[in-house]
Ligand binder design. Structure first.
Ligand code: AMP
Ligand code: ZN
Length: 140
């Protein structure tokens, strides 16, 4: 028996995992999935999540976290195709800026922005742009 809450009734990331909501997926295995952030901070902004619902790190067993970290490492390696540098981020709780309460790591390639932590003016990802990024990030 693994710890943590049951799947949330209204969780957009659970919907993505179940195929009920669309996503630009770039990686998937038995326990984890990675997909493009719909409002990317930079080109290739990716979210890495466990398939099982939980709000934050402490809702998961170490083996589950290990699976997420393996996927994160895979995606970090692939992100280096886009840019050599990147940030990995985790928001835990509303006051930390968490909006979706299903654990996710942000992987944000960096291209030399003057203020990498500015998060205003994010535009919704379009199909054309997403298609190119998906091709680059989903290749093994
Ligand atoms: P956080 O503030 O850490 O909870 O970040 C949640 C992230 O999920 C934000 O960067 C959103 O742009 C992103 N997001 C929300 N809904 C979707 C979705 N349906 N598909 C992809 N990314 C999403
Ligand atoms: Zn969920």
């Amino acid at each position: 028996m693994t710890p943590g809450p049951a799947p949330a009734e209204k969780c957009i990331f659970c919907d993505i995992v179940a195929g009920r909501a669309p996503a630009y997926k770039v990686y998937e295995d038995e326990q984890t999935v990675a997909f493009l952030d719909l409002f990317p901070l930079t080109r290739g902004h990716t979210l890495v999540i466990p398939k099982r619902h939980g709000a934050r790190l402490t809702d998961y067993a170490p083996e589950e976290l290990a699976a997420v970290l393996r996927t994160l490492e895979t995606m970090c390696r692939r992100a280096e195709r886009l840019a050599p540098d990147y940030n990995v981020g985790l928001n835990a709780g509303a006051t930390a800026g968490q909006i979706v309460f299903h654990l996710h790591f942000h992987l944000i390639p960096r291209y030399g922005e003057s203020n990498p932590f500015r998060s205003t003016g994010r535009k919704r990802l379009g199909d054309d742009e997403a298609g190119n990024v998906v091709a680059e990030l989903s290749a093994r």
